[in-house]
Design a protein around this ligand. Structure first.
Ligand code: ZN
Length: 61
C-alpha cells in the first residue's frame, strides 16, 4: 500500500508526499531524503495527490 512521507516539495515547503508501493520514491518525483519528521505539517503535495488519485482510479476500474 501507499505510505505518506513528509518532506520538502519543489519549492522547499514541507508537505506530505505519497510514496510508491516500494517506498523508495515519491509519486511526484521529489527526492526522498531522510529529513526530520514534522508531524505538524498539514499540507499535502498536490502532484502526489493527483498521481495517487490516478493510481486509485486505474486499480478500481
Ligand atoms: Zn509529492
Amino acid at each position: 500500500m501507499h505510505e505518506m512521507w513528509c518532506g520538502a516539495d519543489a519549492s522547499g515547503e514541507p508537505v506530505w508526499h505519497v510514496l510508491t508501493t516500494d517506498k523508495t520514491l515519491t509519486l511526484c518525483g521529489v527526492d526522498k531524503r531522510e529529513e526530520p519528521r514534522n508531524q505538524a505539517v498539514d499540507k499535502h503535495c498536490l502532484p502526489c495527490m493527483k498521481a495517487f488519485q490516478a493510481v486509485m482510479a486505474s486499480t478500481t476500474s
